[in-house]
Design a protein around this ligand. Structure first.
Ligand code: FES
Length: 198
């Protein structure tokens, strides 16, 4: 794995998987593994020769930890998220920031009150990604009334559950979906008003 960027004495290396355990930063860390969402692992070492191997081993151990804590469905969506992105000129758009500070966006394409496409974006952690991805999957193909029934519990069930302290991620996903549907309904009759929306 190639080095990505340098920040002073910290070498920053891309990492796709946020850590499931060991939250915090190693004191005096010289190296950091960091993913595109800003989650990183820090460590103290002077041995750069075997850095790639160390990173691979760390990633493998993170994934192993994650498999003990989360369902297969969650881990798969975390590692290979589906439905990430933003629809250009969406028919419905929602953006919500949860109490934890993470933000999610969901954009919808709708035809004859049926959702034909749903994409999400988030700056949240792995479980937030899994819930956004699942919310978008559950939404696609549903009519608006059915989509409004996609609650926190529905998303949690589809993911095979989440630990207590991650359940709020599913609430963020369902709330964001509701905002996107509300946006669609608000402009349904007068789509030209979108031009003036804030
Ligand atoms: S940790 Fe904030 S929404 Fe998941």
């Amino acid at each position: 794995m190639a080095l990505h960027a340098a920040e002073g004495n910290n070498v920053v290396i891309p990492l796709r998987v946020p850590p499931a355990t060991g939250v915090g930063e190693v004191e005096g860390a010289r190296y950091r593994q960091k993913d595109e969402r800003g989650v990183y692992i820090s460590m103290v070492t002077d041995d750069t020769s075997d850095l790639d191997k160390m990173i691979e081993e760390t990633q493998a151990s993170i994934i192993e930890d994650a498999r003990e804590t989360f369902s297969e469905e969650v881990v798969n969506r975390w590692l290979n998220p589906k439905n990430i992105g933003k629809i250009e000129d969406p028919d419905g758009f929602g953006r919500v920031t949860g109490p934890c500070g993470d933000t999610m966006e969901i954009s919808l394409k709708v035809k004859d009150d049926r959702i034909t496409k749903a994409l999400f974006m988030t700056d949240g952690c792995g479980t937030t990604i899994a819930t956004g991805s699942m919310a978008a999957d559950l939404t696609t193909g549903k009519d608006i009334k059915e989509a409004l029934k996609i609650s926190q519990e529905v998303i949690l069930d589809a993911l095979g559950g989440l630990p207590e302290d991650s359940r709020h991620c599913a609430l963020l996903a369902s709330n964001t979906l509701k905002e996107a549907i509300k946006d669609y309904l608000a402009y349904k009759r007068d789509p030209w008003k979108r031009v003036y929306r804030k």
